[in-house]
Design a binder for this molecule. Structure first.
Ligand code: KG4
Ligand code: ZN
Length: 348
């Protein structure tokens, strides 16, 4: 069977075609059109601007995806309905509805957070046996959640951010440092160049909520700490030196990683997880991927560790198609007019 999926929940316009043959998933096209140049000017995403871009771009991306897949015969349409930016979600939902009606195809609604989890199963051959219970850490620009996954389609949100998401924190810190948008990759690149001998003094940033006995996060204080630090360092019109900037990037990145890893391991131990699963844009961070692997090996070596290919961490529609496939039994397709965007959709 072939699934065509559409994803427009934030600032990437995405269409993919996934083919499933003999239980194997094959991505036959996966087009992501990023609005990053548009939003870079403003250091963040403005929903109504993003919506207009999706409206302009989606028909083009759709045609490209079909062409790349050599005009396949589609069996099912999948579309992200939430969570995300409401005006943006509606662009994808309306497009998918029209398509489903025109082609007389079933349409399946997909949760964006769940899709970030299923990005892990795009090329995970042994399927989903013996993985559960799993602890999923989904960290992106819009969300940071720790989820107990008891089985396919069976979730409990254990904790989440009370303010900014991890990726949002990177984006805001990058803006303070004049590093552009999206902040995560820019901070990771600067942090990698940081050399301890360049630095005269050692800065320290907070690890918010790290030792609290819950699975929640808070990252807005970290961004504020960077803001005050930069104000202090640039008093009397001084400029930040390159090494200062790099040190701040390195320490801010490490602060976020420390909290994410600490809480993920705590959840994995508390719930005797068989697997730890990572997802979302922040899961593309090399240091996070590497350090989490090391800590699992050291502290809970019998726990499996699954991470998506970096290119499937950030938003894409291949993961949306995979989610629709794995939930085929549960996610009965609906009449197109009953598919609606829900900006605050939650996993259950
Ligand atoms: O999942 P995603 O593409 O969109 C949302 O659902 O929000 O995540 C985007 C977020 C941005 O905040 C971006 O700065 C962050 O993921 N990000 C990274 C990296 N690549 C993207 N954060 C840290 N390190 C990276 N390499
Ligand atoms: Zn996302």
């Amino acid at each position: 069977m072939k699934i065509l999926a559409i994803e427009t929940s934030c600032d990437d316009t995405c269409v993919a075609v996934l083919e499933i043959r003999n239980w194997k998933l094959e991505i036959i096209s996966n087009i992501v059109s990023s609005q990053v140049n548009l939003h870079a000017k403003y250091g963040g995403v403005y929903p109504f601007m993003a919506k207009r871009e999706h409206q302009r771009n989606l028909p083009i991306v759709f045609k490209k995806a079909l062409k790349k897949a050599k005009n396949p015969k589609i069996n099912l349409i999948a579309v992200t309905i939430g969570p995300g930016l409401e005006p943006c979600l509606w662009v994808g939902v309306n497009f998918a509805r029209d398509l489903a009606e025109k082609l007389k195809l079933p349409i399946v609604p997909v949760n964006h957070i769940e899709a970030h989890i299923y990005a892990n199963f795009l090329n995970y051959e042994s399927g989903s046996r013996n993985l559960f219970p799993a602890i999923c850490l989904v960290a992106s620009g819009g969300h940071t959640q720790l989820i107990l996954m008891k089985n396919v389609g069976n979730y409990k949100i254990l904790g989440e951010t009370r303010d900014d998401a991890a990726g949002e924190c990177f984006d805001k810190v990058a803006r303070i440092l004049g590093l552009g948008y999206p902040g995560g990759p820019a901070i990771a690149a600067e942090a990698a160049k940081y050399k301890i001998q360049d630095i005269k003094y050692k800065i320290q940033l907070p690890r918010p909520m790290i030792y609290q006995k819950n699975y929640d996060f808070s990252f807005s204080g970290l961004k504020t700490a960077v803001l005050y630090l930069v104000k202090q360092l640039t008093i009397n019109n001084k400029q930040l030196t390159i090494s200062q900037k790099r040190e701040i990037c390195s320490e801010a990145q490490q602060a976020v990683i420390d909290v994410l890893i600490h809480k993920t391991l705590k959840a994995a131990k508390d719930f005797k997880a068989k697997t730890i699963i990572l997802g979302g844009g922040v899961a593309a961070n090399d240091e996070l991927r590497k350090q989490l692997k090391q800590r699992i090996k050291k502290e809970i070596p019998n726990t499996k560790y699954i991470i998506p290919d970096t290119k499937y961490c950030t938003d894409n529609a291949a993961m949306v198609a995979a989610t629709a496939y794995f939930n085929l039994k549960k996610n009965k397709s609906l009449e197109p007019e009953n598919i609606e965007a829900n900006a605050n959709l939650r996993l259950k």
